[in-house]
Design a protein around this ligand. Structure first.
Ligand SMILES: Nc1ncnc2c1ncn2[C@@H]1O[C@H](COP(=O)(O)OP(=O)(O)OP(=O)(O)O)[C@@H](O)[C@H]1O
Ligand SMILES: [Mg+2]
Length: 498
C-alpha cells in the first residue's frame, strides 16, 4: 500500500513538470478518443478547398479578397495555394482525386457540416423489408419491415380516391411474395377479390344469397391466453347477442347470465370430442335457451329466431370454406345495414381465432380493415378494434386500418388510442380540416404538410417510428398487377372483359 502511494506522488510531480500546452493537447486527445469510442463518431481526414474564378486578373483578385473577408468574419483564415494552384483546381473538380496534402482530422459530426445536402432515408435491408415507394426528396427506395417497429400497427389515411386501398393491396401483394405471413382482409366494398383470387387465396362472400358460410361459434384450443378458451368465446357471444337483442341499455343482467350458462352447455359435446361435426351452431344456442326456465332466456331466444329459422339465417351453418388459406378475404359488401354490423363482428372474431392459432405455430398474421370508419361507428366492433390495437402485437398480429376521415379516429378517448398506438402511418392526400388536426396531433411542419395537400394518387407522407418522409409511388399502369388492383370504373370493366 505504501509503495502505491509513493508512485502516485511521483507521477503527480512529473505531470506538473509538463508544459501546460501538452496537458491541454492531452485532454483534447482524450476527449476525441472518447467520442470515437463511445459516441459512434468516425475520424475523417478532410481537405477543404475554395475555388475562386474571375474573367480578368482584377476580377479574380476581387473575388479572392471577398472570399477571404467572408471567411475572416467567421474567424477563419483562407490560405492561398501558392505554387499548387493547378493541383488545387484538379482537386476541386468532381474527379474524386485529391492532390492537395493539407489535411485535417475531423469527427463525423464536424465533417457533416460541410455537406449541407443531407436527406433522411428509410432503408432496412432485412429479409422481410417491403417496398413503400420512392423518397420524394432523394428518389431512393423506401424499404422497411413493420415487424421491426415497437408496435407494427398501421393506418392508411386519405381522401376518397387518394390511393388508400391501392397502397394496402400493394403491401398485400408484396408481403405475400416476400414473407411467410398469413393475410386476412375485411372488405366492405368487395374490391379485393381479383387480387386475392389471382394469388389463389380464398374469398368468402358473406351475403344472404351466398352459399359460403362461416360459423360464429367456431373455436380453437388456443383461442384464449388463459386455460379456458370458452370464457372469451362466451364474451364474444354476449356481444353478438347484444347486437341482436339489446336495445339502448344492452343486455339485462339476467339475460347475460342465461346466455353464459347456455354457452357452457352447448360446447360440452365439442370439448369431449373436438371434431368439426361437433362444433355447435347458433341453433344449438337457441334450443338451449328455450330449455331454460327463465322468461328472459325465452326473450333472447325469440330475438335470435330470425337468425336461426328466419330469413337471416346465414350465420346458422357450419363453416364450409377454407378459412385457413394463406390469404383470406371476407367480402361483406352485400350484407344489408343490420346484418353488416353482425357480419363485421363475426369477421373480427374469425380473425382473432386465426391469429391465436397462428401464434402457437409462430406465424405472423396481417389483418387489413378497409373502410375502418364502419367498424368504429358501432360500439361493439369499435371496442374490438381498440382491443386489436392494444393486444395484437403480442400475438404476432399486424393490423392495418384504412379510413378517409381522421375525425372518425378521434371520436372518443378509446378510439383515439388506435391513432396514438400506430407506429406506421401512410398519409395520402388530406382534406383541409383533417390536415389541421393531423398537423397538431403528429407535429407536422407546414413544409411537410405540403406533401399531403392536393397531392396525386399514391403520394404523401410516410410515418415510420419517429421518421417522417415524403414519398411517391407511381405504379406502372400497364401491368397485370395494376389491372387487378385498380378501382377506377373504366379500368375495372376493361379488366373484366379481358
Ligand atoms: N400508387 C399508385 N400508382 C398508380 N395509380 C394509383 C396509385 N394509387 C392509386 N392509384 C389509382 O387511384 C385509384 C383509386 O385508388 P384507391 O382505390 O386506392 O382509392 P381509395 O383511397 O381507396 O378510395 P376510397 O376511399 O373511395 O376507397 C386506383 O384505382 C388507381 O387507379
Ligand atoms: Mg378504398
Amino acid at each position: 500500500c505504501e509503495a502505491g502511494e509513493k508512485s502516485e506522488m511521483t507521477s503527480k510531480t512529473y505531470l506538473s513538470l509538463f508544459p501546460s500546452d501538452l496537458a491541454t493537447y492531452g485532454r483534447d486527445a482524450k476527449a476525441l478518443l472518447k467520442e470515437l469510442q463511445s459516441q459512434n463518431e468516425r475520424m475523417f481526414l478532410v481537405t477543404f478547398l475554395v475555388l475562386n474564378t474571375g474573367r480578368t486578373e482584377q476580377e479574380l483578385e476581387n473575388n479572392v479578397f471577398q472570399a477571404s473577408s467572408i471567411a475572416q468574419k467567421h474567424n477563419c483564415n483562407l490560405f492561398r495555394l501558392d505554387f499548387q494552384q493547378e493541383q488545387g483546381l484538379m482537386s476541386s473538380l468532381p474527379l474524386a482525386d485529391c492532390q492537395i496534402e493539407i489535411q485535417r482530422g475531423l469527427t463525423t459530426s464536424s465533417t457533416a457540416i460541410f455537406i449541407p445536402f443531407t436527406t433522411q432515408e428509410l432503408y432496412q435491408s432485412g429479409k422481410e423489408s417491403l417496398y413503400y415507394g420512392l423518397n420524394a426528396l432523394s428518389n431512393n427506395l423506401i424499404m422497411v419491415d413493420r415487424k421491426k417497429l415497437k408496435n407494427p400497427n398501421g393506418l392508411i389515411l386519405g381522401t376518397p380516391g387518394s390511393g388508400k386501398s391501392f397502397s394496402a393491396k400493394r403491401e398485400i401483394a408484396n408481403a405475400f411474395l416476400v414473407t411467410d405471413d398469413d393475410i386476412i382482409i375485411n372488405d366492405p366494398e368487395g374490391e379485393y377479390s381479383p387480387l386475392v383470387n389471382r394469388l389463389k387465396g380464398q374469398v368468402i362472400k358473406i351475403s344472404p344469397n351466398s352459399t359460403q358460410f362461416v360459423n360464429p361459434m367456431d373455436i380453437n384450443a388456443n383461442y384464449s391466453e388463459e386455460d379456458n378458451p370458452l370464457s372469451l368465446k362466451a364474451d364474444f357471444i354476449l356481444s353478438l347477442c347484444e347486437l341482436v337483442v339489446g336495445g339502448k341499455e344492452g343486455l339485462l343482467p339476467v339475460e347475460k347470465t342465461v346466455i353464459d350458462r347456455c354457452v357452457h352447455l352447448i360446447y360440452r359435446k365439442y370439448f369431449a370430442n373436438p371434431c368439426p361435426e361437433n362444433m355447435p351452431i347458433l341453433e344449438d344456442l337457441y334450443n338451449a335457451l328455450l330449455q331454460q326456465d327463465e322468461k328472459e332466456a325465452h326473450h333472447v331466444a325469440t330475438a335470435l329466431e330470425i337468425y336461426v329459422k328466419g330469413s337471416l339465417n346465414l350465420f346458422n351453418h357450419r363453416t364450409n370454406v377454407n378459412v385457413n388459406n394463406r390469404i383470406v378475404c371476407y367480402d361483406i359488401k352485400e350484407l344489408g345495414k343490420q346484418m353488416k354490423k353482425l357480419g363485421m363482428l363475426i369477421v373480427q372474431d374469425q380473425v382473432w381465432g386465426r391469429v391465436t392459432a397462428n401464434r402457437s405455430s409462430g406465424k405472423s398474421t396481417r389483418y387489413y380493415m378497409d373502410e375502418m370508419h364502419l367498424l368504429l361507428k358501432e360500439e361493439q366492433t369499435a371496442a374490438y378494434s381498440v382491443e386489436i390495437w392494444k393486444r395484437f402485437r403480442k400475438w404476432g398480429g399486424i393490423p392495418t386500418g384504412l379510413t378517409q376521415n381522421v375525425k372518425d379516429l378521434l371520436s372518443s378517448r378509446e378510439v383515439e388510442n388506435i391513432f396514438e398506438n400506430s407506429d406506421m402511418i401512410i398519409m395520402l392526400n388530406q382534406a383541409a380540416g383533417d390536415r389541421q388536426i393531423l398537423a397538431k396531433q403528429l407535429n407536422i411542419s407546414p413544409h411537410q404538410l405540403s406533401y399531403v395537400t392536393h397531392s396525386g394518387e399514391g403520394e404523401g407522407l410516410l410515418f415510420f417510428g419517429n421518421v417522417i418522409l415524403p414519398f411517391v409511388d407511381r405504379f406502372p399502369t400497364d401491368l397485370e398487377l395494376y389491372r387487378i388492383m385498380t378501382t377506377k370504373l373504366g379500368e375495372v370493366s376493361e379488366g373484366a372483359q379481358k
